[in-house]
Design a binder for this molecule. Structure first.
Ligand SMILES: [Zn+2]
Length: 288
């Protein structure tokens, strides 16, 4: 059995020799990938140097918590959703930060996998727990897994690993962006929350890991969305389907759906849903 080592580090702890050694070195690609992975999986309001996850990731990659928090702020400075909320982020972003941001936003399919694998290369990473889902283990392949193996490999095992990495990244990024509650009804029960694809999984492989193609929904509202019983318009308002309204009057439908009609969904703190994807859902799945 794999036993996870979890430690809590505090800011007043002395810096380790590893951290001191790396303080002034340029950031490696793996370090940037891991911090962008963290950016995706943490609410922006929690990207502070005293957040326990920030501290743990900083320790794992040999950087200070303050420098990881600064990188998270740099990524935030590129995020249009944060701009729209009046959050400016930090202004000291480097070209390397911008390059990673652009790479992710142009190719979520590849970068989600690459960043998940980078996180797994740092031992004891909390970003990829629970450990039973640690898919980069060498016993699967007999050699370290490379992103190219996963993106181009034809075997069933490789396809399965790709799906699991996409699912893990997508779910964690979407739930974090929506503060872990249903964007339709605000249900906060973790066991009932899912990351729903706006453009269905089967329709666009390139959008499977893109958090802007995601909504955090409870099981009921996820099933109803996939069945076209409601949709989201261009102003992010909830539209109910005539197919659903045909069942009225019904007390349970009134409480679960009608009370939310024309309300705006609860917007995520980053990765706003793309209007283009919402339009695809209205055209192809919504039962007007
Ligand atoms: Zn719900």
């Amino acid at each position: 059995m794999y036993i996870s080592c979890r430690h809590v580090y505090y800011l007043d702890q002395p810096q380790t020799a590893l951290q001191n050694q790396h303080m002034h070195e340029p950031w490696t690609r793996d370090q940037l990938l891991v911090v962008f992975n963290l950016y995706c999986k943490i609410q922006f309001s929690k990207t502070k140097a005293n957040n326990s996850l920030v501290i743990e990731v900083a320790h794992q990659i040999g950087r200070s918590a303050a420098s990881v928090a600064m990188k998270l702020g740099n990524f935030g400075s590129f995020d249009p959703a944060l701009h729209a909320k009046g959050v400016k982020g930090l202004s000291g972003a480097s070209r390397a930060d911008r390059a990673i941001w652009d790479e992710f936003n142009q190719d979520w399919e590849r970068l989600s996998i690459e960043s998940e694998l980078a996180a797994e290369r740092f031992p004891g990473s909390m970003l990829t727990t629970p450990p039973e889902r640690h898919v980069g283990d060498s016993h699967i392949y007999g050699h370290p897994v490379k992103v190219e193996d996963i993106l181009s490999g034809p075997s069933e095992t490789v396809r399965e690993v790709k799906v699991r990495l996409h699912q893990r990244f997508f779910r964690e990024a979407v739930l974090a962006s929506y503060g872990s509650s249903c964007c339709f009804c605000s249900n906060p029960v973790p066991q009932l929350l899912t990351a729903a694809h706006i453009v269905p999984w089967a329709d666009r492989e390139d959008l499977r890991a893109n958090p802007r193609n995601g909504l955090c929904l409870c099981s009921l509202h996820h099933d109803a969305f996939d069945s076209g019983l409601w949709a989201i318009d261009d102003t992010y308002q909830i539209k109910l389907s005539s197919a659903l309204m045909a069942y009225l009057p019904s007390k349970i439908l009134e409480v679960s759906f009608v009370d939310f009609s024309r309300a705006q969904i609860r917007m995520p703190d980053k990765f706003w849903p793309e209007r283009e994807f919402l339009a695809f859902h209205r055209s192809n799945l919504f039962r007007e």
